[in-house]
Ligand binder design. Structure first.
Ligand code: ADP
Ligand code: MG
Length: 264
């Protein structure tokens, strides 16, 4: 138990028709922690994630964010209370520069619509560049997003999420589509931001290097239930995890490597 958890999820449950997608899911995320939610396809990762973010209303159970009950609130309300989420930059915005995208996010966070009497260029530009600096992209501030490398676009998306000054960051498969090097760099960055800003991070992830190399703790979901939890080393050594989640083959890494070879 964390003394004063940032996020506290208690017995969250959600069924779709006859399928119980999440059953009595309980866990905590502390400040500065990266908590990975892993499990096979259909295990209930997205369902759990969406109940925390407000996209799905739980059948029962509760979610507390920094001491405030957020169970069943709308996504926008949960975002206002400090749970940020990374989103793909919409196609409409890729022609805009990196800094313009972050400026828009800052405006949105301050609940202002575009103000026709002030130049959008000037508005929040310094703050936006500061956020781009925190993700290592200050030098690319004035480049259109469309011209950036894939890993750098993901960094802009992270800066956009940080514009809301979140306490908790929710990331659904943050490294999907990245090269091995980009994955490593992004996870190092997220870990450093979590520590420096005292952010709690909850992420789902298929890439086992990202999970076992960078998570503070790992939660393993199988058929809607958490079957194992602990440090990466503890989870990797768990016989039940190896049997249920990974099949018969030896180590976690070996099983996952086989899986990704098979699917991508
Ligand atoms: P994961 O993200 O771990 O792959 P999901 O949370 O997406 O798993 O899904 C868990 C289970 O719930 C699956 O059996 C899935 O088919 C079912 N499910 C998820 N969302 C819905 C939905 N909106 N309607 C019906 N069934 C759903
Ligand atoms: Mg999913």
């Amino acid at each position: 138990m964390i003394a004063r958890p940032l996020l506290s999820v208690d017995r969250l449950t959600k069924a779709f028709g006859g399928v119980v997608a999440a059953r009595d899911v309980s866990f905590e995320v502390g400040r500065g922690e990266l908590v990975a939610l892993i499990g096979p396809n259909g295990a209930g990762k997205s369902t759990t994630f969406n109940m925390v973010g407000g996209q799905l209303e739980p059948d029962r159970g509760s979610v507390m964010l920094d001491g405030t009950a957020i169970t069943g609130l709308a996504p926008r309300a949960i975002w206002r209370l400090g749970a940020g989420r990374t989103f793909q930059i919409a196609q409409t915005f890729v022609s805009m520069t990196a800094v313009e995208n972050v400026q828009m996010a800052l405006q949105s966070a301050q609940n202002m619509s575009f103000n026709l009497w002030r130049s959008a260029h000037a508005l929040h530009r310094d703050a936006a560049i500061g956020l781009l600096r925190s993700v290592g992209l200050a030098d690319s501030a004035d480049r259109p997003v469309a011209t950036l490398a894939y890993g750098d676009i993901k960094r802009v998306e992270l800066a956009i999420a940080l514009a809301g000054a979140p306490k908790l960051l929710l990331m659904d498969e943050p490294t999907a589509g990245m090269s091995r090097g980009e994955r490593h760099d992004l996870m190092v960055l997220v870990g450093a931001l979590a520590r420096d800003l005292g952010l709690g991070v909850l992420f789902t992830e298929h890439d086992m290097d990202a999970v076992f190399g960078h998570a503070s703790r790992v939660l393993v979901l199988v058929r809607g239930e958490i079957v194992a939890r602990g440090t990466p080393a503890e989870v990797q050594a768990d016989a039940l995890v190896q049997r249920i989640y990974l099949g018969k083959s030896g180590t976690l890494a070996a099983a996952e490597a086989g899986r990704s070879r098979g699917t991508s």
